[in-house]
Write a new protein. Structure first.
Length: 345
């Protein structure tokens, strides 16, 4: 049998989105050679995790004009993007229709992909908790997930009632067939290419808004107490941001400012000094709301954005290459969250 170029990872993406989009993703994103150097007939959990992250990256780039310009600038200058992590926001509240509570809506699909909990980060100013998940087979090479949960019980009764009204009709996008495939993946750590092609679109649908029409009055109740809750109401579990891991985030920030990109004013530095982050401001998107008179009104709200991060190695003495500090920082994270803050009028 002749070896497949890019192995089962590329074959899976070719079948799912076609060779043009697949080649485009491989040309811009750093993909570890170990994820493509294979001649087997099955797709490993690591390859599935990589494929999912590539598709989520592509989705965000198409939704965020500044991010698309950045990718085009990278390509024009022969640079690639090392996708470090993607972020998802959830609400830790029972009664969200058919959707599991909080982060479980996402972690239930991450576990079969080989992800495990890496760190827990209190986000006290936001009344949220963040958790990071790393892929155990390729922790530095495959993007992490940073999943945050908002805690409604820390807000007013009016806030909680508005959430109840808006989220009680949430659907569960994870089908029975997809659940069966995830169970096989968890037990065997691989699927056939056809199974992977069937599973990936369902996994992608988990990163979307699962509730329906939005009441403008309820949106304003949430916005008055939490920009983060208001963002979840309009965007759901969509990727809040993807992140390019760069060598020098300070230099990059200055370069992007000079190009007129909507760069955050400051770079956030972790307590350890080993993790530095900044970001573009969120794209503005138009969303429909049901007004008190029954009419639908369009309103500009914050969407998603692109983040940048520099990670230095851990200080422990090791033989050979020192592992990167893959941790996050509560203060950094809360600074980055401001990218989607809405000015309350």
């Amino acid at each position: 049998m002749q070896p497949r170029l890019g192995g089962t990872l590329q074959e899976t993406l070719n079948k799912l989105i076609g060779p043009v989009r697949t080649n485009q993703l491989f040309s811009i994103l750093v993909v570890d050679p170990a994820l493509t150097d294979d001649s087997g007939l099955r797709v490993s959990r690591a390859q599935l995790a990589q494929a999912l992250n590539m598709l989520l990256f592509e989705d965000l780039i198409e939704r965020v004009p500044a991010a698309k310009l950045y990718v085009e600038h990278c390509q024009a200058h022969g640079k690639t993007v090392m996708h470090d992590h993607g972020a998802v926001r959830t609400i830790a509240m029972a009664g969200m229709g058919a959707l599991p509570t909080g982060q479980e809506a996402i972690t239930r699909i991450l576990r079969p992909l080989g992800y495990s909990l890496k760190g827990v980060y209190p986000l006290e100013r936001l009344r949220m908790t963040g958790r990071s998940y790393a892929q155990v087979d390729f922790p530095e090479e495959i993007a992490q997930f940073f999943i945050s949960e908002l805690h409604p019980e820390r807000f007013s009764p009016e806030f909680q009632a508005a959430l109840d009204r808006m989220l009680a009709s949430s659907i569960d996008p994870l089908t029975h067939e997809a659940t069966v495939l995830l169970e096989e993946l968890e037990s065997s750590h691989s699927l056939t290419v056809d199974q992977a092609v069937a599973l990936l679109p369902v996994l992608l649908s988990c990163f979307d808004r699962q509730h329906g029409e939005i009441s403008l009055a309820d949106y304003e109740i949430l916005l008055a107490e939490s920009s983060e809750a208001a963002w979840i109401l309009t965007e759901g579990n969509a990727f809040n941001h993807v992140t390019d891991r760069v060598e020098d985030v300070d230099k990059l920030a200055e370069e992007q400012k000079s190009l007129g990109q909507p760069m955050k004013a400051a770079v956030e530095t972790s307590q350890s000094g080993r993790v530095r982050q900044t970001a573009f401001r969120a794209a503005q998107v138009s969303r429909a709301f049901r007004a008190a008179d029954g009419n639908l009104v369009e309103k500009e709200v914050p969407g998603s954005f692109l983040e940048f991060i520099t990670r230095l190695p851990l200080p422990e003495e090791t033989s050979g290459k020192k592992p990167l500090d893959l941790s996050f920082d509560s203060s950094n994270a809360q600074g980055i969250f401001k990218m989607t803050a809405t000015v309350k009028s």
